[in-house]
Write a protein of this length. Sequence first.
Length: 107
Amino acid sequence: MCQRRCLPLPGTRQSRIYDCPQTCRGGQLMLELRPNCECCGRDLPPESSAARICSFECTFCASCVDEVLRGVCPNCGGNFVPRPIRPPEKLKSYPPSVKRVGRTSTC
């Protein structure tokens, strides 16, 4: 069972088949690919090379990471890396998140 406490699909005998949230398929976690910068709100579609994430997948645009946050995540204190780009043919089966995330305080 994955860390997100997915439930076995009804009628399945295999312990590795789960009814999982969007970010987890069969016990395999994947990035949410959040749709926006948590600081400025800029749209960051799945193919964006400007998206940056920390180890908790806090998502910001490259401009905010470099100019405002100076490379340090305001949520966890970690660093940022470029967010991987999911191949287009995988987006249908593993869609990006549509839930927009924003900070309650300024960046």
